[in-house]
Ligand binder design. Structure first.
Ligand SMILES: Nc1ncnc2c1ncn2[C@@H]1O[C@H](COP(=O)(O)OP(=O)(O)O)[C@@H](O)[C@H]1O
Ligand SMILES: [Mg+2]
Length: 372
């Protein structure tokens, strides 16, 4: 390999709000990001349960549990990095840095003492891998008055923007994030609301499976327009950006308080699908009416019923995935944290104030030295 003559490698790691596993991407940044290797590593089921337990609303947490979770998630992230390198035959010395988002367990960017909290101790990652690790990407933006989220619009703008056409990038994770790329205008980006998190929660409750595979169960039900309209009265959906949300707001408790007694579970699932798609469509119309192309990424691209619902809710708009723009939709976020690690080491800002609402551009993340 001629690694010496080529751009260095960066390794991005993230587990999103779904807590379905750690996405790991080894990336070389030439003119465009080149995905050298990528893989998702599932959490051990008991660890995933602990993560989800932390995220449940109004939970009281013992400091001991918090400290242990931080370290154990850090070990999992380190092992994911090590395993990805082993499988791809790349040595730790060839990796300039790891960019680790960690696992969000609480995101409260509004109020008098705003904060956002990710676990997965980067000291552990740097120690176990030997690779310099950049982490804690969100808090500099929150400290500067921003939402600390979403952070991916900067990557989307750098990699996916078109010179002529307005494009939208739609990340369908637990939460849906929309990035609006209109030529000559500031980038907009915000969370529209739930993408998969409520669909998952309802599937766990009624199917006993982690998700509604392909949206087949949702397809077996009939959406209730009345129910969707009622759910859309939730103030978050009408709030102006910048805005971001998470499991603290949209979770099973939220749903249970808003499902009428006697509603058929599959009809609720069908309605949730419409809720996810319509909240995206409403925001696209409100903030980028000129957009005729939406490129989706994140696990939700595998929910064919959700993709169909998006197409129904946005007539006249091409709804495709980022594969059409050259990046595997399952790893756009992980590529993003590799990209942010590089930005940090080069001293470049990583946030977009037009997106997060921060007072200005900020260099994001802390650097935790590796063993070299
Ligand atoms: N085959 C599938 N059918 C339906 N949903 C899927 C499928 N594959 C992935 N998903 C959804 O994608 C989500 C994970 O996407 P991901 O982008 O990793 O989200 P996050 O960033 O929140 O972890 C899962 O919660 C699941 O609901
Ligand atoms: Mg995930």
């Amino acid at each position: 390999m001629t690694s010496a003559s080529r751009a260095p490698l960066y390794l991005g790691l993230i587990s999103g709000t779904s807590a379905d596993g750690i996405d790991a991407a080894l990336v070389r940044f030439e003119r465009r990001p080149e995905l050298v290797a990528a893989r998702t590593f599932a959490y051990p089921p008991a660890l995933r349960e602990r993560v989800l337990g932390f995220a449940r609303s109004a939970v009281e947490v013992a400091l001991d549990d918090f400290g242990r979770l931080d370290v154990e998630i850090g070990r999992c992230f380190a092992d994911a990095a090590t395993e990805l390198l082993r499988r791809s035959g790349v040595g730790a010395d060839d990796v300039a840095a790891i960019g680790s988002h960690g696992q969000t367990i609480c995101h409260r960017p509004d109020g008098p003492s705003p904060f956002t909290l990710q676990v997965g101790d980067p000291n552990v990652i740097a120690e176990r891998t030997g690779i310099t690790t950049v982490a804690d990407f969100r808090r500099a933006d929150v400290a500067a008055g921003g939402q600390g989220a979403p952070l991916l619009p900067a990557l989307h703008a750098a990699v996916f923007a078109d010179a002529v056409d307005t494009r939208a990038i739609l990340n369908l994770g637990g939460i849906a994030n929309l990035t609006l790329l209109a030529p000559g205008e500031p980038v907009l980006g915000f969370d529209t609301g739930p993408a998969n998190c409520l669909l998952d929660a309802w599937a766990v409750r009624h199917l006993g499976t982690a998700r509604d595979d392909g949206g087949a169960w949702a397809r077996s039900g009939r959406a209730s327009e009345a129910l969707v309209a009622d759910w859309l009265t939730e103030p978050y959906f009408s709030a102006a950006p910048p805005k971001s949300t998470g499991r603290e707001a949209f979770n099973l408790d939220w749903l249970l308080a808003r499902v009428p007694a006697g509603a058929a579970p599959e009809d609720v699932q069908a309605s949730l699908l419409v809720l996810s798609a319509r909240s995206v469509a409403r925001d696209l119309r409100a903030h980028a009416a000129a957009a005729r192309e939406v490129y989706a990424c994140g696990g939700g691209v595998h929910n064919a019923a959700l993709m169909d619902a998006l197409r129904r809710e946005m007539p006249g708009v091409r709804v495709d995935t980022t594969a059409a723009l050259g990046i595997d939709p399952d790893f756009v976020e992980a590529v993003g944290f590799a990209w942010l690690a590089r930005a940090r080491l080069e001293g470049m800002p990583g946030n977009l104030p037009s997106v997060t609402g921060a007072r200005g551009p900020r260099v994001l993340g802390g650097v935790f030295a590796g063993r070299r």
